[in-house]
Design a binder for this molecule. Structure first.
Ligand SMILES: C[S@@+](CC[C@H](N)C(=O)[O-])C[C@H]1O[C@@H](n2cnc3c(N)ncnc32)[C@H](O)[C@@H]1O
Length: 257
């Protein structure tokens, strides 16, 4: 994998320390309460990363399988679980590609959070992933994901950013600059990291993250082509608010038909 390599993965949790994983799991459970036919016990988290949702959901008693293409991200997730007393020993981690992983059984709920679906940039790859996920969910299971909302990406445009993160006696400077391809519906986000210990450079990396943004009608159609029925697309993190041209992330809730 060319992104989420060890330098980036090792700092991922620091970059997103303000992300409210517990609140997002409340949102997932709220969607389940409203729309799921059955109470789920097993959850498939595709693109689980460092386990922000998977570990929280395991702590709430679900049997979780976390799948990710980046072993470096899974290594962080595994490390975080050591010493936690989680039901069933915590999530089961699987290094695999959304397009063809095999979890070994059908699950009651699928989640794919924080724009993971955007990493599948081509239609064929999006469909291959959605179909592979559908195959490993029980009929009636919910599939919850979020994605960059195309109308906003085109209206507001992404902005370039520089941030400095400090911790553990180190300082990391992160710069992100984005180039849009409005024909392919993709954004190439170039992320550069420099890590300093005092005035010594101890780590440097560059990753280009290609992210697809989606439009609501195309996303519903992709879901239906893969065997899901869209229940709704809303302004993340709300289940009810209609997305508008200020909505960067859209929340999609669908059911496995
Ligand atoms: C922005 S991170 C989100 C991680 C996690 N869901 C979270 O909310 O923190 C995107 C994750 O998707 C994973 N990913 C990207 N493409 C993938 C693919 N084709 N199959 C599985 N995982 C993938 C990356 O390795 C990365 O861990």
């Amino acid at each position: 994998m060319t992104v989420f390599k060890s330098h980036y993965a090792g700092q991922y949790d620091q970059f997103y320390s303000e992300k409210d994983y517990s609140g997002e799991c409340d949102l997932i459970e709220e969607a389940v309460q409203r729309y799921a036919a059955h109470v789920p016990t097993s959850v498939l988290d595709i693109g689980c990363g460092t386990g922000g949702h998977a570990i929280e959901l395991a702590g709430r008693g679900y049997r979780v399988t976390g799948v990710d293409l980046s072993q470096a991200m899974l290594d962080v997730a595994t490390f975080k679980c050591a010493g936690l007393s989680l039901a069933g020993g915590g999530p089961q981690w699987l290094c695999g590609d959304a397009r063809d992983f095999e979890s070994g059984h059908e699950h009651d709920l699928g989640v794919m959070m924080f724009a993971v679906i955007g990493y599948l940039a081509e239609n064929a790859d999006v469909l291959k992933s959605l179909r592979n996920i559908r195959r490993q969910l029980k009929r009636g299971a919910l599939f919850i994901c979020d994605f960059w909302y195309g109308p906003t990406v085109l209206t507001m445009g992404p902005s370039d950013r520089i941030r400095v993160f400090e911790g553990g006696g180190r300082k990391t400077i992160r710069s992100a600059s984005t180039k849009l391809d409005v024909f392919r519906h993709t954004a190439d986000v170039t992320i550069r990291l420099w890590t300093l210990a005092g005035d010594r450079l101890v780590g440097e990396s560059t990753e280009v993250h290609r992210l697809r943004y989606f439009f609501p009608q195309e996303f519903s159609m992709l879901l239906s082509m893969a065997g899901f029925r869209s229940i709704g697309i809303s302004a993340f993190p709300s289940i009810d608010a209609q997305p508008d041209t200020h909505t960067w992330n859209a929340l999609s809730i669908a059911v496995a038909d």
